[in-house]
Design a protein around this ligand. Structure first.
Ligand SMILES: [Zn+2]
Ligand SMILES: [Zn+2]
Length: 344
């Protein structure tokens, strides 16, 4: 079968012919219908040493982790997933028995595996994953929409971490795909004001179409003033950083009000300096992390928002490309104002 692989540590990825996998105990073979591209894919392809040192990625490796497809074959002892089902892969493949899994934190499994990162991924015609990592999508949702449940689920999980959103003023830095999903989700959940800082023009324009008040990088003071004007106690009630950029935190700590909540969604790769007294304590700010999707509540929330028409994932697709073209397109999809669908 055809697959996009990372063959060696040098920058980039290549199209290759590889063996079609077959499902073992508790596993299913998925015929990929749609995959989507994420920043992590680009990171692994172009910053291999840094990315692989975090994840211990093997070489050669089939890249890609976001996919939907139809179950083509089931291995032994598979239940709940049947041949012909449309499924989306939960990319945090969990073991089900560790302390985290037993504590309702499967997204943080101690034995986690991730397709396209620590095991063969989904930029291929077929992929094998454990049946327990499949979210079965009921009729009425197409594969190119279903595949976006994974990234939209990250946004939904972030809102679950923040608590009640209705009527709140929310500050947000970074309107890449997950940031855009987050803006749409916040609007659906009844946020009164969503205040967004995003330097990229196309992404900022998209954020504004979704109903956010948007600001350019040079408008930091205006961003803060806006949050202070509408937030309940002298600043935003809730904030999310989706950019992973260090300077975003200086801005968000200025924009946040007292008794507010900050959720870190983007992964910063360098340490950050925070004034605990000024930034956190005297304003009694709750600061939380988030990772992946809560399994399976984030998925069910996304599915509900999609089926009720509150979250139109179709609108977030900016382009569809063929698997063959992916190696040459990987770098330029990184700055687009939405998601790119890959068809095998
Ligand atoms: Zn991803
Ligand atoms: Zn586990």
């Amino acid at each position: 079968m055809k697959a996009v692989i990372k063959a060696d540590p040098s920058p980039g990825a290549v199209l290759a012919e590889v063996d079609k996998p077959s499902p073992g105990l508790g596993e299913v073979l998925i015929k990929v219908a749609a995959a989507s591209v994420c920043g992590t894919d680009l990171d692994l392809a172009y910053n291999w040493e840094t990315a692989s040192s975090t994840w211990g990625s093997p070489l050669p490796l089939i890249l890609g982790h976001e996919c939907s497809g139809y179950v083509a074959e089931t291995g032994s002892e598979v239940s709940g997933v049947n041949v012909g089902d449309l499924v989306v892969v939960e990319t945090h493949i969990f073991c089900g028995d560790c302390a985290a899994c037993l504590a309702d934190a499967k997204h943080n499994c101690l034995n986690m595996a991730i397709p396209g990162v620590s095991r063969d991924g989904v930029f291929a015609e077929f992929v094998v994953v454990p049946a327990r990592a499949c979210y079965v999508v009921k009729e009425g949702v197409e594969p190119e929409v279903a595949v976006l449940y994974e990234a939209a689920g990250v946004a939904v999980h972030a809102t679950q971490r923040a608590g009640d959103i209705a009527g709140k003023t929310v500050a947000l830095t970074g309107a890449g795909p997950v940031g855009l999903f987050l803006i749409a989700t916040l609007r659906a959940l009844g946020a009164e004001h969503v205040v967004v800082m995003e330097p990229n023009d196309a992404r900022r324009e998209r954020a504004s179409e979704l109903g956010a008040a948007t600001f350019r990088a040079e408008e930091a003071d205006e961003f803060v003033t806006y949050c202070q004007k509408y937030g309940k106690i002298d600043g935003a009630d809730v904030a999310f950083d989706v950019s992973g950029a260090i300077p975003a935190y200086d801005l968000l700590f200025r924009a946040l009000g007292k008794e507010s909540t900050l959720v870190s969604v983007g992964h910063t790769t360098k340490p950050l300096s925070v004034n605990i007294s000024r930034d956190l304590n005297v304003r009694v700010i709750t600061w939380k992390g988030t990772f992946g999707r809560h399994i399976w509540s984030s998925w069910d929330i996304v599915d509900g928002l999609v089926r009720s028409g509150q979250l139109n994932l179709n609108d977030f697709i900016v382009e569809e490309i063929q698997l063959d073209d992916l190696p040459t397109r990987l770098t330029d999809v990184a700055s687009l104002p939405g998601k790119v669908i890959v068809r095998p």
